[in-house]
Design a protein around this ligand. Structure first.
Ligand code: GLN
Length: 491
């Protein structure tokens, strides 16, 4: 098998070749490291590449395979978003504040991946502290979309989505607070899953908005998404919001027939603010689902359509303002101590010079919403509206198994196009944010192209019904070919 073919493998295909000893993990890891070296000057999806660690882990994995001590991910090379702590490996959150931070511990999901002898190729670029929709807020550099290097890959998990799409890695792990796995997956033509809140441990994920943050897989196909969710989900006593739930083997739900499945299409999510090309592609995808046996009905989700974005931009910045108060120039991370006279000045200068503009904007918004005079008017109201959004979903799921919408209102936009207009940028997540507010799962899967740029379809299911998501997503993927297309960028 040639080297370029190796980097096109999915986890399930690589697994078979590794188990039959047709390839070794060292060979596979080297192929990806070469691909990263060839392409990352253009794509810029990595903040840190870890070749020595990766090759050491690969040698170990090959020994395990020899002894037949094999898990689903043994010897599989992955990337992890750089807001997830990796012991001994720089974890920057794409911020000057944590530029030189080397965590002394692993996030729970990293331990789980290492326990099954997966390989770490490096850490993926993101918007600073995961705040953004384009990866342009990275302190280091923006990541480029492999389908058109003049366009953004989406965000905040732009690094992970671009690296999977350009075959620099088999899969990556992202985080999603308001759409940061699904929106970049959609813009880069890959599969991105935001699991139910609490299904995957958040221990070791650098906190942005704790009641919304969730870790999940970004993969080349739906089968790999199920394999990775199997590996990273499950109860963790180190995360107080972790759900004590007996997780099934998600691969059991990769079935092809959709008869009996009831799908709701919210007309409010196909309005004038959604690009007409995107709507057309998603309507065509819905026709495919119909042919596969699903019943389709139009519904309305007007509460969330009206309030979700406003609720999110009160709750997320409020929680961020509290979470980011720990960066004080004293305990760890960047400190402007040398240029300051006393403790207070150190604090001011550190925060002034350590955070970028979007992070500061969120801290100010959140501090304002939580201040005593405005708490009732903003934060409390947002919490009340959150309940209404949740019950709108609950009512819908009494009658339907899943809801389908586009993932993003547009295809990938040009670098710089929305950068100086935060509200335009915030609108990129209008279709993904309600899912985080309700704490339910959703996936984005490739469903077509507009002028060579990928379009994603979002499948939303009730709490802990990832099985339904995989069933619908897999059936669709099998009936179409969209996951197989590759960007053709010249390096
Ligand atoms: N784009 C949204 C924001 O800027 C969502 C980010 C995320 O999911 N981490 O907050």
């Amino acid at each position: 098998m040639s080297k370029s073919n190796l980097t096109e493998l999915t986890i399930s295909k690589a697994r078979k070749l590794l188990d039959k000893r047709e390839i070794s993990s060292v060979e596979l890891t080297k192929a990806f490291l070469d691909k990263i070296a060839e392409t990352d000057n253009f794509v810029k999806s990595f903040i840190t590449v870890t070749p020595e660690l990766a090759l050491k882990q690969a040698e170990k994995a090959d020994l395990l395979i020899k002894e037949n001590n094999i898990h689903d991910l043994t010897g599989i090379p992955l990337q992890i978003k750089d807001n997830i702590c990796t012991s001994g490996v720089n974890t920057t959150c794409s911020s000057k504040m944590l530029e030189n931070f080397v965590p002394p511990y692993n996030a729970t999901i990293v331990d789980k991946l290492y326990d099954s002898a997966a390989i770490l190729l490096g850490k993926g670029n993101l918007d600073e502290f995961a705040m953004g929709s384009s990866t342009e807020n990275s302190y280091f550099y923006p990541t480029k979309n492999p389908w058109d290097l003049d366009r953004v890959p989406g965000g905040s998990s732009g690094g992970p989505a671009a690296s999977v799409s350009s075959d620099q890695v088999i899969s990556s792990i992202g985080s999603d607070t308001g759409g940061s796995i699904r929106q970049p997956a959609s813009l880069c033509g890959v599969v991105g899953l935001k699991p139910t809140y609490g299904l995957v441990s958040r221990y070791g994920l650098i906190a942005f908005a704790s009641s919304l943050d969730q870790i999940g897989p970004i993969t080349k196909d739906v089968t790999d998404s199920a394999l990775l969710l199997n590996a990273i989900s499950g109860y963790d006593s180190k995360d107080a919001t972790s759900i004590n739930f007996q997780t099934p083997d998600y691969c059991n739900y990769l079935k092809e027939d959709l008869s009996g499945i009831k799908i709701a299409i919210p007309e409010d999510y196909f309005g004038d603010d959604i690009d007409s090309g995107v709507k057309k592609v998603v309507y065509e995808a819905i026709e495919v689902l119909k042919k596969l046996g699903a019943s389709i009905e139009e519904i309305s989700l007007s509460v969330m359509q009206q309030f979700a974005l406003a609720v999110y931009y009160i709750i997320a910045p409020s929680e961020a303002s509290a979470n980011l108060s720990r960066y004080d120039g004293v305990k760890y991370g960047f400190s402007d101590r040398l240029n300051s006279g006393d403790l207070m000045e150190t604090l001011y200068k550190t925060r002034q010079n350590g955070f970028g503009p979007e992070v500061k904007r969120r801290i100010m918004l959140g501090t304002y919403a939580l201040s005593s005079g405005y708490y009732d008017a903003y934060y409390l109201k947002a919490q009340q509206a959150k309940k209404m959004i949740k019950s709108e979903y609950e009512d819908t799921f009494k009658k339907y198994d899943a809801i389908i919408t586009p993932t993003s209102p547009t295809v990938a936009f040009k670098i710089g196009e929305k950068f100086s207009n935060p509200v335009q940028m915030y609108l990129s997540d209008i279709l993904t944010i309600p899912v985080n507010i309700a704490g339910i799962p959703a996936i984005s899967i490739p469903s077509g192209f507009i002028n060579g740029l990928p379009v994603g379809m979002q499948i939303i299911a009730p709490r802990l019904r990832e099985d339904t998501i995989f069933h619908i997503a897999y059936s669709y993927e099998k009936a179409t070919n969209w996951s197989k297309f590759k960007p053709n960028f010249n390096t």
